[in-house]
Design a protein around this ligand. Structure first.
Ligand SMILES: [Zn+2]
Length: 311
């Protein structure tokens, strides 16, 4: 039976947003559908590595033992080099980090550095295990099926082992998060009924907080970026700049100031009109300087989310 692997434990207290690790890939390989072609491609690359690096590669966990050991190691351990990338990298230390469906750290491919970085998304106490997530979201049964199929292990994280009543509530929230995520990303809806899309972002933030407590940093950052896009598509520079500011704050926590994505959002925060979709509609047109001043926090949120009775 595949084991959980070795794991990585914090030796000291780590505060939220710290860069715990950054590592250069030992080996990068495309994720090829044919295992035999992939096996010989990896074998050729392995030959070019130093003895130490070869040994490190071979010491990594393999949840797919059998005819293709190198591909098995790659499949168990590789991280895509960027979101949606077809090439993946394996790392001597980062690959030891186990999965949790409620992780306390976040992994990111920094394309500028050409390194993978790991940031804490929560306060991690000395002695606590550092975890990241490999799952695609959704309720526990679909997460577990995906993890088993893609990485070959049965998830036994804290979240998956919740008592039945709590797991049921968590599954309901995860289902809602997934359907809201689909709804927010629908371009026709953003164009036709942006109020609904923005409302969905607002609901998503409440659900993420309820489900992930303080750990939803990456997802919250994404929702704020979605809200930014909804506003800028309709010409609302004032709200877009505030949403970009919040998206930046969360990106910095999980990727750092030097991440190209952080740098990009930061520049959109200063000049929201740089976004490629600016000007597609003038439905909500405002100037950047029209952010209201002196409102109490609740009134400000009402304005920001375009709640009724606001300006
Ligand atoms: Zn789990």
């Amino acid at each position: 039976m595949p084991t959980k692997g070795k794991g990585l434990v914090a030796r000291r207290n780590i505060s939220k947003g710290e860069r715990i690790l950054s590592e250069k890939p030992l080996l990068i390989s495309p994720n090829l559908s044919s295992m035999s072609v992939m096996e010989s491609a990896i074998a050729a690359k392995l030959k070019t590595l130093s003895r130490t690096d070869q040994r490190q590669f071979l010491s990594l966990n393999n949840n797919f033992p059998g005819k293709y050991p190198f591909s098995g190691i790659m499949r168990t351990n590789a991280f895509p080099c960027g979101s949606g990338a077809v090439i993946g990298g394996v790392y001597p230390t980062i690959c030891l980090i186990n999965h949790s469906c409620l992780p306390n750290a976040h992994n990111n491919w920094n394309n500028e550095l050409q390194w993978e970085t790991i940031h804490s998304v929560d306060f991690i106490k000395a002695g606590e295990e550092i975890t990241i997530t490999y799952d695609h979201g959704g309720p526990s049964n679909s997460r577990q099926a995906q993890l088993k199929g893609a990485f070959g292990f049965d998830c036994s994280c804290h979240q998956c082992l919740l008592p039945p009543a709590e797991l049921h509530d968590s599954d309901l929230r995860r289902e809602q998060i997934q359907s809201l995520d689909d709804l927010i990303g629908e371009p026709t809806r953003i164009m036709a009924t942006p109020d609904c899309s923005l409302k969905a972002c607002f609901l998503m933030l409440q659900l993420l907080e309820a489900e992930f407590k303080g750990n939803a940093v990456t997802l919250i950052g994404r929702v704020y970026y979605d809200a930014f896009q909804i506003c800028i598509i309709h010409g609302d520079q004032a709200r877009a700049s505030i949403f970009a500011q919040r998206a930046t704050k969360y990106r910095v926590i999980c990727e750092g100031e030097d991440s190209p994505e952080t740098i990009n959002i930061k520049s959109l925060m200063k000049t929201p009109t740089q976004h490629a979709s600016y000007g597609a509609s003038t439905k909500w047109r405002t100037a950047k300087g029209l952010v209201p001043k002196g409102l109490d926090p609740d009134d400000f949120e009402n304005w920001l989310w375009r709640e009724q009775n606001s300006m």
